[in-house]
Design a protein around this ligand. Structure first.
Ligand SMILES: *Cc1c(COP(=O)(O)O)cnc(C)c1O
Length: 222
């Protein structure tokens, strides 16, 4: 019997069937070759996400001919990498502290840039992850809405490992409700919800995700 391997294009097609016009698929290409990224591009992908700046910069160099790619940064960003991140990324999903936010805001003003950002929130306690707790984020809202040089678009979340499907759905729904609460109680107007990865993107879509970040389902195991 022939074992037919499923192409990157077929995997993207399969995911696309589950998307509505208000959900954007970001192909997470960390540790993936530029050849595979070109395959994904040929299949219609224009949003790519990377978690290491150095790797992202090298790939941008090699993919210069594809000039309509939208680049998303999805890794923990150290303050000392804020400048190159601002210079190269269209979105930063992982703004996870006031210190980083203030640094990005200051540099964005100096560089005359206005990147789109998401605030990384931990809806469930998780000592292994960066991000604000919901209480911390709520308390920071007045300060966040005073930020001038960043386009604060939404929330990004990652869930702890080992949850059941219904726990995952609950946590994603809680993230959407939390976004709505911020919009009602502060001057921030957040429209985006960056949530859902290979294992849980269908649940994230059900809960109202606007950006899903999918790596392995498209490109295979890393
Ligand atoms: C790696 C990564 C993803 C994609 O994970 P997959 O399981 O490969 O789909 C999504 N978001 C973040 C922040 C990641 O680091």
């Amino acid at each position: 019997m022939n074992i037919k391997s499923v192409s990157i294009a077929e995997k993207i097609q399969e995911i696309n069937q589950h998307l509505t016009p208000d959900v954007r698929l970001i192909a997470i290409s960390k540790k993936v070759s530029v050849a595979k990224m070109r395959e994904a591009y040929a299949a219609g992908i224009r949003d790519f996400g990377e978690n290491r700046l150095q790797e992202a910069l090298e790939k941008q160099e090699q993919l210069q001919d594809l000039d309509d790619i939208c680049w998303h940064f999805i890794g923990h960003l150290q303050s000392n990498k804020a400048k190159p991140a601002l210079e190269s990324m269209d979105w930063i999903h992982t703004v996870d502290s006031m210190k980083l936010l203030n640094r990005l805001n200051k540099l964005a003003g100096e560089l005359n840039r206005r990147p789109k950002i998401c605030l990384q929130v931990k809806m469930l306690p998780d000592p292994n992850k960066y991000g604000w707790s919901s209480e911390e984020l709520l308390a920071a809202c007045p300060e966040l809405s005073a930020v001038e040089n960043l386009d604060v678009q939404g929330l990004m979340t990652m869930l702890p490992l080992g949850l059941s499907d219904s726990e995952i759905l609950d946590a994603f729904n809680a993230t959407r409700k939390f976004r709505d609460k911020i919009n009602q109680t502060s001057n921030l107007q957040l429209s985006e919800l960056s949530m859902g990865m290979s294992g849980d993107y269908l649940l994230a879509i059900k809960a109202g995700a606007t950006m899903i970040r999918v790596g392995r389902t498209i490109f295979g195991e890393r």
